[in-house]
Design a protein around this ligand. Structure first.
Ligand code: GLU
Length: 364
């Protein structure tokens, strides 16, 4: 069976899989998924990441507009989330399964201490035999700090809890090569590169904010953390049974990773704006596993604080590594290009000599 050798599975349910076009919660569909889950639950930890708060909130509040301002969608989500989780509670309880609600913001996954706390809660819910039902905490997220789509959120959760499988139920059968006249389903993907992005359908679906691009971003996180990701059609009843039986899906094969949990967390970061550009000498040093020193830095983009996750790129902007910066962007701008022994003089206080220590860095 497809799920042999799996122990921890995250299911991501998109808004249009749980809410129908008229705005009603798809009770029959969720009941059928619960039947599927019951068959595989023994000896496995299960997590559900479900969207649908905004879609359901709109329906209860009778708001039809598709373009809603963030502040308003946050209020709508706070109404919708209660109904969403209530539907989950009723149907799971009918099957004698407890659920626990987890609402998450990017801060909870992008700050190491908070990510570890979240992991502990997941683990304890598993011990209690309860299924965590996760959504973004839409009410506190702002435009700058917001997942927006639950694809990347689900992948980050999968990485943090060490899941081996993420199944994204969507309204399509998988990832299609859209470059051909007769678009074809790609069954297996081992590498995500520019070419693959160019094949993706750029549309986003009816309710959710995700689309194929956010799914590729999610797949990257999974592949780096040793988690196999599937995109499958969630529009039919018993979607898991059907997916396994019909073998129609796209499977993203994870890299064989020797990284420890902390390094997997570092490389799977979602922060994308902060970048450090380095010269060819530093790029070579990094590829040999060395730390990043100020001398090789040519440019800094974005504002970041000490300890934040940044991307290190070469002079052409090609990604080289991700790591936790030991200095703020303001400090790096003052010391870039200098020798390490000049740092204290320029900054006026003693500090580390590496901008990103090799222990806090992962090559990509
Ligand atoms: N947190 C949003 C909701 O539940 C997610 C929307 C999306 O998946 O794009 O409605």
């Amino acid at each position: 069976m497809l799920l042999n050798n799996t122990k921890k599975i995250v299911f991501k349910l998109g808004s249009s899989t749980v809410v129908d076009k008229k705005g009603a919660f798809k009770k029959k569909w969720l009941s059928s998924l619960i039947q599927d889950i019951k068959k595989i639950k023994k000896n496995r930890d299960i997590v559900i990441v479900s969207s649908g708060a905004i879609a359901l909130g709109q329906s209860y509040l009778k708001i039809k507009k598709s373009k809603i301002k963030l502040e308003m969608s946050q209020a709508i989500a706070s109404v919708g989330q209660i109904h969403l989780v209530d539907e989950f509670k009723k149907l799971f309880n009918k099957n004698k399964i407890n659920i626990g609600q987890i609402l998450i913001t990017p801060d909870d996954t992008e700050q190491r201490r908070r990510a570890l706390n979240a992991r502990r809660t997941f683990e304890n819910l598993f011990k209690l035999g309860a299924i965590p039902v996760v959504n973004e905490n839409d009410t506190t997220a702002t435009t700058e700090i917001k997942y927006g789509d639950n694809d990347r959120l689900a992948a980050r959760v999968a990485q943090i809890i060490g899941a081996d499988t993420l199944i994204i139920f969507s309204d399509v059968d998988g990832f299609y090569d859209n470059s051909k006249k007769n678009k074809t389903l790609i069954k297996e993907i081992k590498k995500i590169d520019k070419k693959l992005y160019s094949l993706a359908n750029k549309n986003i679906n009816t309710y959710g904010s995700g689309g194929m691009i956010t799914k590729l971003e999610a797949a990257k996180i999974c592949m780096n953390s040793g988690c196999r990701m599937f995109i499958a059609n969630g529009q039919n009843l018993n979607p898991l049974r059907k997916m396994i039986k019909d073998k129609i899906y796209t499977s993203f094969i994870p890299k064989i990773s020797t990284l420890d949990a902390r390094k997997k967390w570092i490389v799977s970061s979602l922060s994308s704006s902060a970048k450090i550009f380095v010269d060819t000498g530093a790029a070579k040093a990094l590829s040999n596993g060395k730390s990043l020193l100020p001398a090789g830095i040519t440019k800094v983009i974005g504002d970041f604080k000490k300890g934040e996750n940044i991307l290190i790129v070469n002079e052409n902007g090609i990604d080289l590594a991700r790591g936790l910066s030991s200095f703020s962007s303001v400090e790096i701008n003052k010391i870039k290009g200098l020798q390490s022994n000049q740092i204290e003089n320029i900054l006026g206080y003693p500090s580390k000599s590496e901008i990103v220590h090799k222990d806090d860095m992962v090559k990509i």
